[in-house]
Design a binder for this molecule. Structure first.
Ligand code: KIV
Ligand code: ZN
Length: 502
C-alpha cells in the first residue's frame, strides 16, 4: 500500500501574521489564502477570529471563497472564541490551551484539573456545533509527559479529530520530538500534527523528526514567518521531505518561489539572501571553481535543480569569478570574446571587485566593450545628474539629465514623492528607445538609524516582455532608486541591441 501524503497545514495567516510588526489587510489575507490554496497546501489557518472585526471579516471571506484547501481558524479553549469561529462560517477549528506547568502557573493561573476540564469542554462545545477540531496542547514539549498524555486522551474521548504537538518556544531537539510523538501515538489513535518554532533553528528538523516518528501533518509558514524566530518554513520542510526523505505531499513545488515573493512583498518582511530554497542566493554562483563545475554539470554544486522550486540559476561576476563563469555570463548577451580577450576581461573585473565594488551586468559588459573595442556593449544611458524638489504642500518634482545613446537629454516629472518623480522622469526619456514599465520596486534598509544604507531593487519590463532586475544601495534612497533604475534600463537596452544584431 502506498504511503499517505504528508499533510501541509499552513499557518502563515495566523502564526505568520504574529511576526512582530506584521499586519495585513483583510483583502491581502484573501489574496494570500488564494495563493496558498493554489500552491497546494491541504489546510490554511486563516487567522484568529476573536482578535478583531477585520480578522473575522477576512476569515469569513476566505471560508466562502471556494478554495480547495480546508480553512481553519484558531480559538482559545473558550466558548467565546469558538463562537467567534462559528460566526466566520468556519467548519474547522484549531483550539488550544497550555499544558506546561510554567504556562499554567504564570499565564493561565489554573490548576491541571482546571486545564483538563477546559480542554475537554472546548472540544465538546466545538463538536456540538458541528466543527472539525484540531486540539493543541500549547507548550507540549515542556509539559509533564503523563499530564500531556492525559489531556490528549481526554480530548480524544471528547471527540477531537486531530492532535497537535506544539514546540511553542522551539526548545525541543529532533530526538526529543521522536520520543514525544512515540508516546502520543501509543496513547491515542488520532492523527498527529507538529507545530515547531525556530528559536534554535531546528523547526524544520524537528517537524521532519515528528513525521518520521509517525506524525501525519506539519504546521508551517511561508518564508518561516512567525512569532520570534518564526515557524518551520514550508519551502524548506517540503523540499527536505521530498528530496531527502522521499515523502509525498500535495505542494506544487514550482510555485514555491513566486509564493514566497508574494508573501514577502505583501507582509513586508524581507527574506534573508542566504535562506535555503527561496533566498536570492540559493541558486547564485560566483566562485570560479563552483561556476566551472556548474557549467559542466549543475549537480556538482546544486543539490536540486532551481526549476524544481520555480527559480533560475544565476552567475555573478566578482573577484572569485573565473573564465568559465564570465564567458557564460557574456554568452547570455551573445558576446563571444577570444581566449585572450576573456582573460583580460576576467582580470579587469577582478581589479574592480578588489576595490570593493559589486560588479553589475552593465559593468561587466562595459569592461567587455572596452577590451573588445566594441562600443555596443557600453552602457546606453549615462546619468549626469538629477535634481529634486520636495517637501510639505508642494508637488515633488524631479529634473534628470542624462546621455542617451550619445544624445544629451533632460526631462522633468512630478510624482507622489521624490522617488516616484525621479523614476518617472527617467522612464519619460527612455520611452522613445524602450518603453519601460516598473514591475516591482522594493526598498530595504540594510543598517539602522536615519543614515541607514538603503537597498533598492527594481524589476522592469520592456514592451517585448524582456524583464530584468537591478539592485543598488546608497544612504540616499532617491540616489539608490535612480541608480537601480538606470542599471535596469541599461540591461534591457543591452539585451535588445546585442540580440537584434545577431
Ligand atoms: O506555538 C504555539 O504553541 C501556537 C499555538 C497556538 C498552537 O501557535
Ligand atoms: Zn506557534
Amino acid at each position: 500500500m502506498s504511503e499517505e501524503k504528508v499533510r501541509i497545514f499552513d499557518t502563515t495567516l495566523r502564526d505568520g501574521e504574529q511576526t512582530p510588526g506584521v499586519t495585513v489587510t483583510p483583502e491581502q489575507k484573501v489574496q494570500i489564502a488564494t495563493r496558498l490554496s493554489d500552491l497546494g497546501v491541504d489546510a490554511i489557518e486563516a487567522g484568529f477570529p476573536i482578535v478583531s472585526h477585520g480578522e473575522m471579516q477576512a476569515i469569513k471571506t476566505i471560508v466562502n471563497s471556494g478554495l480547495k484547501a480546508e480553512i481553519c481558524g484558531l480559538a482559545r479553549a473558550t466558548e467565546t472564541d469558538i463562537d467567534a469561529a462559528i460566526k466566520c462560517d468556519l467548519k474547522y477549528v484549531h483550539t488550544f490551551i497550555a499544558t506546561s506547568d510554567i504556562h499554567m502557573k504564570f499565564k493561565l493561573k489554573m490548576t491541571r484539573e482546571q486545564v483538563l476540564e477546559r480542554a475537554v469542554h472546548a472540544v465538546e462545545y466545538a463538536k456540538k456545533h458541528g466543527l472539525a477540531v484540531e486540539f493543541s496542547a500549547e507548550d507540549a514539549t515542556r509539559s509533564d509527559r503523563p499530564f500531556l498524555l492525559q489531556v490528549f486522551k481526554a480530548v480524544e474521548q471528547a471527540g477531537a479529530d486531530r492532535l497537535d504537538i506544539p514546540d511553542t518556544v522551539g526548545y525541543a531537539t529532533p530526538q526529543y520530538i521522536t520520543q514525544v510523538v512515540n508516546d502520543v501515538r501509543a496513547a491515542t489513535k488520532l492523527p498527529i500534527s507538529m507545530h515547531c518554532h525556530d528559536d534554535f533553528g531546528l523547526a524544520v528538523a524537528n517537524s521532519i523528526a515528528g513525521i518520521n516518528a509517525g506524525a501525519a501533518c506539519a504546521h508551517v509558514t511561508i518564508n518561516g514567518l512567525g512569532e520570534r524566530a518564526g515557524n518551520a518554513s514550508l519551502e524548506e520542510f517540503v523540499m527536505a521531505l521530498q528530496c531527502l526523505y522521499n515523502k509525498k505531499h500535495n505542494i506544487k513545488t514550482q510555485m514555491l518561489y513566486e509564493t514566497s515573493r508574494f508573501v514577502s512583498n505583501t507582509m513586508g518582511i524581507i527574506v534573508q539572501p542566504n535562506k535555503a530554497i527561496i533566498g536570492e542566493n540559493a541558486f547564485g554562483h560566483e566562485s570560479g571553481i563552483h561556476t566551472h563545475g556548474i557549467l559542466n554539470n549543475p549537480l556538482t554544486y546544486e543539490p536540486i535543480s532551481p526549476e524544481l522550486v520555480g527559480r533560475k540559476r544565476w552567475l555573478q561576476a566578482g573577484k572569485h569569478a573565473g573564465a568559465h563563469g564570465i564567458n557564460a555570463m557574456l554568452a547570455e548577451f551573445g558576446i563571444t570574446p577570444t581566449e585572450e580577450q576573456l582573460k583580460l576581461i576576467v582580470e579587469k573585473q577582478k581589479d574592480v571587485a578588489d576595490k570593493g565594488k559589486a560588479i553589475t551586468t552593465a559593468d561587466l559588459l562595459s569592461i567587455a566593450g572596452e577590451v573588445m573595442h566594441n562600443a555596443q556593449f557600453e552602457e546606453k544611458f549615462k546619468l549626469y545628474d538629477f535634481h529634486i524638489v520636495t517637501g510639505m504642500n508642494i508637488i515633488p518634482t524631479a529634473v534628470v539629465r542624462l546621455n542617451a545613446e550619445g544624445k544629451d537629454l533632460i526631462s522633468s516629472e512630478t510624482g507622489v514623492g521624490p522617488v516616484d518623480a525621479a523614476l518617472k522622469a527617467i522612464q519619460k526619456i527612455a520611452a522613445d528607445v524602450a518603453s519601460i514599465k516598473i514591475r516591482e520596486y522594493k526598498l530595504d534598509s540594510i543598517t539602522g538609524g536615519s543614515d541607514a544604507l538603503a537597498e533598492v531593487s527594481v524589476k522592469v519590463e520592456d514592451k517585448n516582455g524582456n524583464i530584468v532586475s537591478a539592485r543598488k544601495a546608497n544612504e540616499d534612497i532617491v540616489v539608490a532608486s535612480v541608480e537601480a533604475m538606470m542599471d535596469a534600463i541599461n540591461k534591457v537596452l543591452l539585451k535588445k541591441v546585442l540580440y537584434s544584431k545577431s
